[in-house]
Write a protein of this length. Structure first.
Length: 288
Protein backbone atom coordinates (compact mmCIF):
# COMPACT_ATOMS: atom_id res chain seq x y z
CA UNK A 1 0.00 0.00 0.00
CA UNK A 2 1.31 3.44 -0.88
CA UNK A 3 1.61 6.03 1.84
CA UNK A 4 0.45 9.61 1.57
CA UNK A 5 2.54 12.73 1.15
CA UNK A 6 3.03 15.36 3.86
CA UNK A 7 0.35 15.01 6.48
CA UNK A 8 -1.62 18.21 5.96
CA UNK A 9 -4.75 16.87 7.61
CA UNK A 10 -4.43 17.44 11.38
CA UNK A 11 -5.42 14.43 13.47
CA UNK A 12 -7.45 14.96 16.61
CA UNK A 13 -5.43 14.35 19.75
CA UNK A 14 -7.95 12.19 21.53
CA UNK A 15 -9.25 8.78 20.56
CA UNK A 16 -12.93 8.27 19.92
CA UNK A 17 -15.09 6.29 22.27
CA UNK A 18 -17.20 3.83 20.30
CA UNK A 19 -20.81 3.04 21.07
CA UNK A 20 -22.56 0.21 19.27
CA UNK A 21 -26.26 0.73 18.60
CA UNK A 22 -28.54 -1.49 16.54
CA UNK A 23 -30.76 0.39 14.10
CA UNK A 24 -33.81 -1.14 12.50
CA UNK A 25 -32.93 0.44 9.17
CA UNK A 26 -31.21 -0.57 5.96
CA UNK A 27 -31.73 -3.17 3.25
CA UNK A 28 -29.77 -6.02 4.86
CA UNK A 29 -31.65 -8.56 7.01
CA UNK A 30 -30.64 -8.53 10.66
CA UNK A 31 -28.93 -11.92 10.45
CA UNK A 32 -26.38 -10.74 7.84
CA UNK A 33 -25.49 -7.33 9.24
CA UNK A 34 -23.74 -6.24 12.40
CA UNK A 35 -25.23 -3.45 14.50
CA UNK A 36 -24.24 0.05 13.41
CA UNK A 37 -21.23 1.47 15.20
CA UNK A 38 -21.77 5.16 15.92
CA UNK A 39 -18.73 7.38 15.34
CA UNK A 40 -18.03 11.10 15.17
CA UNK A 41 -19.97 12.36 12.10
CA UNK A 42 -20.26 8.81 10.75
CA UNK A 43 -21.51 5.32 11.43
CA UNK A 44 -20.37 1.96 10.09
CA UNK A 45 -21.42 -1.68 9.97
CA UNK A 46 -20.31 -5.01 8.53
CA UNK A 47 -22.75 -6.90 6.29
CA UNK A 48 -22.56 -10.06 4.22
CA UNK A 49 -24.51 -12.34 1.93
CA UNK A 50 -24.27 -14.82 -0.95
CA UNK A 51 -21.71 -14.43 -3.74
CA UNK A 52 -22.55 -12.96 -7.15
CA UNK A 53 -21.63 -16.22 -8.92
CA UNK A 54 -23.86 -19.05 -7.70
CA UNK A 55 -21.05 -21.62 -8.00
CA UNK A 56 -18.73 -19.54 -5.81
CA UNK A 57 -17.88 -20.65 -2.29
CA UNK A 58 -16.91 -17.11 -1.23
CA UNK A 59 -19.21 -14.87 0.80
CA UNK A 60 -19.67 -11.33 -0.47
CA UNK A 61 -19.34 -9.05 2.53
CA UNK A 62 -18.80 -5.32 2.90
CA UNK A 63 -17.88 -2.57 5.31
CA UNK A 64 -20.48 0.18 4.96
CA UNK A 65 -19.52 3.68 6.11
CA UNK A 66 -22.19 6.40 6.16
CA UNK A 67 -20.89 9.95 6.59
CA UNK A 68 -22.55 13.14 7.79
CA UNK A 69 -22.98 15.91 5.24
CA UNK A 70 -19.68 17.59 4.39
CA UNK A 71 -17.54 14.78 5.82
CA UNK A 72 -15.38 12.28 3.92
CA UNK A 73 -13.12 9.28 4.30
CA UNK A 74 -10.12 8.13 2.28
CA UNK A 75 -9.06 5.65 -0.40
CA UNK A 76 -6.16 3.21 0.06
CA UNK A 77 -3.83 5.98 -1.20
CA UNK A 78 -5.24 9.19 0.28
CA UNK A 79 -3.32 11.71 -1.85
CA UNK A 80 -1.58 14.80 -0.50
CA UNK A 81 -3.01 14.27 3.00
CA UNK A 82 -5.22 12.01 5.04
CA UNK A 83 -5.03 8.45 6.33
CA UNK A 84 -5.83 5.23 4.44
CA UNK A 85 -8.22 2.68 5.94
CA UNK A 86 -6.73 -0.30 7.75
CA UNK A 87 -8.46 -3.66 8.17
CA UNK A 88 -7.40 -6.10 10.90
CA UNK A 89 -9.09 -9.53 10.79
CA UNK A 90 -7.33 -10.98 13.83
CA UNK A 91 -9.59 -13.43 15.66
CA UNK A 92 -11.61 -14.48 12.59
CA UNK A 93 -12.29 -18.23 12.39
CA UNK A 94 -12.64 -20.58 9.39
CA UNK A 95 -11.60 -17.86 6.93
CA UNK A 96 -9.01 -19.04 4.41
CA UNK A 97 -8.68 -15.66 2.71
CA UNK A 98 -10.27 -12.24 3.21
CA UNK A 99 -9.79 -9.69 0.44
CA UNK A 100 -10.94 -6.06 0.65
CA UNK A 101 -11.80 -4.28 -2.61
CA UNK A 102 -11.84 -0.51 -3.09
CA UNK A 103 -14.57 1.19 -5.16
CA UNK A 104 -13.41 3.89 -7.58
CA UNK A 105 -12.71 7.04 -5.54
CA UNK A 106 -12.85 10.72 -6.45
CA UNK A 107 -10.49 13.65 -6.08
CA UNK A 108 -11.41 15.85 -3.12
CA UNK A 109 -10.37 19.45 -2.57
CA UNK A 110 -9.14 20.45 0.88
CA UNK A 111 -7.45 23.63 2.12
CA UNK A 112 -3.92 23.42 0.76
CA UNK A 113 -4.25 19.83 -0.44
CA UNK A 114 -5.90 17.45 -2.90
CA UNK A 115 -6.96 14.10 -1.50
CA UNK A 116 -8.57 10.91 -2.80
CA UNK A 117 -11.57 9.30 -1.19
CA UNK A 118 -15.30 9.17 -0.70
CA UNK A 119 -18.01 11.54 0.49
CA UNK A 120 -21.52 10.78 1.78
CA UNK A 121 -21.15 6.99 1.91
CA UNK A 122 -19.05 4.07 0.72
CA UNK A 123 -19.17 0.28 0.89
CA UNK A 124 -15.86 -1.57 0.69
CA UNK A 125 -16.71 -5.00 -0.84
CA UNK A 126 -15.00 -7.90 0.93
CA UNK A 127 -14.53 -11.41 -0.48
CA UNK A 128 -14.45 -14.06 2.26
CA UNK A 129 -13.39 -17.59 1.28
CA UNK A 130 -14.01 -20.12 4.06
CA UNK A 131 -11.43 -22.75 4.89
CA UNK A 132 -14.30 -25.25 5.11
CA UNK A 133 -17.43 -24.17 3.23
CA UNK A 134 -19.57 -26.63 5.20
CA UNK A 135 -18.83 -24.81 8.46
CA UNK A 136 -19.69 -21.30 9.69
CA UNK A 137 -17.26 -18.39 9.36
CA UNK A 138 -16.78 -16.08 12.33
CA UNK A 139 -15.63 -12.65 11.13
CA UNK A 140 -13.85 -10.30 13.53
CA UNK A 141 -12.84 -6.91 12.15
CA UNK A 142 -11.09 -3.93 13.66
CA UNK A 143 -11.24 -1.09 11.13
CA UNK A 144 -9.30 2.16 11.39
CA UNK A 145 -9.99 5.09 9.07
CA UNK A 146 -10.02 8.86 8.95
CA UNK A 147 -13.28 10.83 9.10
CA UNK A 148 -12.50 14.30 7.89
CA UNK A 149 -13.92 17.76 7.31
CA UNK A 150 -11.69 20.71 8.25
CA UNK A 151 -9.84 18.36 10.57
CA UNK A 152 -9.31 14.60 10.32
CA UNK A 153 -10.56 12.51 13.22
CA UNK A 154 -9.10 9.00 13.60
CA UNK A 155 -11.85 6.42 14.00
CA UNK A 156 -11.66 2.83 15.19
CA UNK A 157 -14.58 0.43 15.04
CA UNK A 158 -14.87 -3.24 15.97
CA UNK A 159 -17.29 -5.62 14.26
CA UNK A 160 -18.31 -9.23 14.67
CA UNK A 161 -20.41 -11.22 12.20
CA UNK A 162 -21.21 -14.95 12.01
CA UNK A 163 -21.77 -16.40 8.54
CA UNK A 164 -23.51 -19.74 8.06
CA UNK A 165 -23.22 -22.00 4.98
CA UNK A 166 -26.87 -21.29 4.11
CA UNK A 167 -25.85 -17.68 3.39
CA UNK A 168 -23.85 -18.93 0.40
CA UNK A 169 -27.20 -19.57 -1.29
CA UNK A 170 -29.74 -17.15 -2.71
CA UNK A 171 -29.37 -13.68 -4.15
CA UNK A 172 -26.49 -11.36 -3.17
CA UNK A 173 -27.35 -8.14 -1.39
CA UNK A 174 -28.03 -5.40 -3.99
CA UNK A 175 -25.97 -2.84 -2.04
CA UNK A 176 -22.92 -5.14 -2.13
CA UNK A 177 -23.38 -5.91 -5.83
CA UNK A 178 -23.55 -2.19 -6.56
CA UNK A 179 -20.37 -1.55 -4.57
CA UNK A 180 -18.57 -4.38 -6.39
CA UNK A 181 -19.61 -2.89 -9.72
CA UNK A 182 -17.80 0.32 -8.77
CA UNK A 183 -14.50 -1.49 -8.17
CA UNK A 184 -12.10 -0.75 -11.08
CA UNK A 185 -11.72 -3.69 -13.45
CA UNK A 186 -8.29 -4.84 -14.70
CA UNK A 187 -7.16 -3.43 -18.04
CA UNK A 188 -7.44 -6.84 -19.72
CA UNK A 189 -10.95 -7.31 -18.33
CA UNK A 190 -12.35 -3.85 -18.98
CA UNK A 191 -15.83 -3.36 -20.36
CA UNK A 192 -16.66 -1.41 -23.49
CA UNK A 193 -17.28 1.87 -21.65
CA UNK A 194 -14.40 1.60 -19.18
CA UNK A 195 -11.36 3.90 -19.51
CA UNK A 196 -8.39 2.53 -21.45
CA UNK A 197 -4.75 3.33 -20.72
CA UNK A 198 -3.14 4.35 -24.01
CA UNK A 199 0.38 5.41 -23.12
CA UNK A 200 2.68 6.17 -20.19
CA UNK A 201 6.11 7.80 -20.45
CA UNK A 202 8.56 8.74 -17.72
CA UNK A 203 11.22 11.44 -17.58
CA UNK A 204 13.11 10.98 -14.31
CA UNK A 205 16.13 13.21 -14.88
CA UNK A 206 16.62 16.95 -15.18
CA UNK A 207 14.95 19.77 -13.31
CA UNK A 208 11.42 18.72 -14.35
CA UNK A 209 10.95 14.98 -13.77
CA UNK A 210 7.46 13.88 -14.71
CA UNK A 211 5.14 11.15 -15.92
CA UNK A 212 2.99 11.60 -19.04
CA UNK A 213 -0.23 9.58 -19.17
CA UNK A 214 -2.70 9.28 -22.07
CA UNK A 215 -6.13 7.75 -21.42
CA UNK A 216 -9.14 7.11 -23.65
CA UNK A 217 -12.60 7.48 -22.07
CA UNK A 218 -15.04 5.85 -24.56
CA UNK A 219 -18.23 7.10 -22.88
CA UNK A 220 -17.16 10.68 -22.22
CA UNK A 221 -14.94 12.40 -19.70
CA UNK A 222 -17.48 13.18 -17.00
CA UNK A 223 -15.69 12.52 -13.71
CA UNK A 224 -12.52 11.52 -15.58
CA UNK A 225 -9.40 11.28 -13.44
CA UNK A 226 -6.22 9.25 -12.92
CA UNK A 227 -4.52 8.16 -9.70
CA UNK A 228 -1.02 6.65 -9.55
CA UNK A 229 0.41 4.38 -6.84
CA UNK A 230 3.97 3.14 -6.40
CA UNK A 231 5.22 0.24 -4.24
CA UNK A 232 7.55 0.31 -1.25
CA UNK A 233 5.90 3.36 0.32
CA UNK A 234 6.94 5.69 -2.51
CA UNK A 235 4.65 8.70 -2.91
CA UNK A 236 3.46 9.76 -6.35
CA UNK A 237 1.77 13.21 -6.51
CA UNK A 238 -1.67 13.55 -8.05
CA UNK A 239 -1.72 14.06 -11.83
CA UNK A 240 -2.73 17.32 -13.46
CA UNK A 241 -5.00 17.22 -16.50
CA UNK A 242 -3.53 18.84 -19.60
CA UNK A 243 -5.32 20.00 -22.77
CA UNK A 244 -6.85 17.01 -24.53
CA UNK A 245 -5.13 15.41 -27.52
CA UNK A 246 -6.36 16.03 -31.05
CA UNK A 247 -7.94 12.56 -31.17
CA UNK A 248 -9.92 13.12 -27.97
CA UNK A 249 -7.43 11.29 -25.78
CA UNK A 250 -7.17 12.81 -22.32
CA UNK A 251 -3.68 13.72 -21.22
CA UNK A 252 -2.39 13.88 -17.65
CA UNK A 253 0.99 14.80 -16.19
CA UNK A 254 2.51 13.97 -12.81
CA UNK A 255 5.05 16.48 -11.48
CA UNK A 256 7.54 14.14 -9.81
CA UNK A 257 9.58 17.01 -8.43
CA UNK A 258 6.86 17.40 -5.77
CA UNK A 259 7.56 13.94 -4.41
CA UNK A 260 11.33 14.37 -4.45
CA UNK A 261 11.85 10.69 -5.27
CA UNK A 262 11.76 10.49 -9.08
CA UNK A 263 14.88 8.34 -9.45
CA UNK A 264 13.55 5.91 -6.83
CA UNK A 265 10.75 4.98 -9.24
CA UNK A 266 13.16 3.33 -11.69
CA UNK A 267 12.24 -0.32 -12.39
CA UNK A 268 9.17 -0.03 -10.15
CA UNK A 269 5.72 -1.16 -11.28
CA UNK A 270 3.11 1.57 -10.94
CA UNK A 271 -0.62 0.99 -10.49
CA UNK A 272 -2.80 3.45 -12.42
CA UNK A 273 -6.47 3.74 -11.51
CA UNK A 274 -8.54 5.36 -14.26
CA UNK A 275 -11.96 6.57 -13.14
CA UNK A 276 -15.01 8.19 -14.71
CA UNK A 277 -18.74 8.28 -14.14
CA UNK A 278 -19.10 5.61 -16.86
CA UNK A 279 -16.64 3.09 -15.42
CA UNK A 280 -13.22 2.51 -13.91
CA UNK A 281 -10.09 0.54 -14.84
CA UNK A 282 -6.93 -0.52 -13.00
CA UNK A 283 -3.75 -0.90 -15.05
CA UNK A 284 -0.07 -1.43 -14.29
CA UNK A 285 3.02 0.00 -15.96
CA UNK A 286 6.67 -0.73 -15.28
CA UNK A 287 8.97 2.31 -15.12
CA UNK A 288 12.07 1.74 -17.32
Amino acid sequence: MSTSGPALCALAAIALSIATVAHGQGAAPADVASPWVELHAARARLLAGPPVAKASKAYLAGLEVSLAEGWKTYWRMPGDAGVPPLFDWTGSANAATIKVHYPAPQRLQEPGAQTIGYSSAVIFPIEVIPADASKPVDLKLTAEFGICREICVPAEAKFSLALSPRQLEGQPLPALVGALERVPRPQNGRRVGDPELQRVAASLDGNRPHLSIDVRFPNGDRGADVFVEAPAGLYVPLPKRLPDGADGTLRFEVDLSRGGNARDLQAKTLTLTLVSDAGATEATWAVP
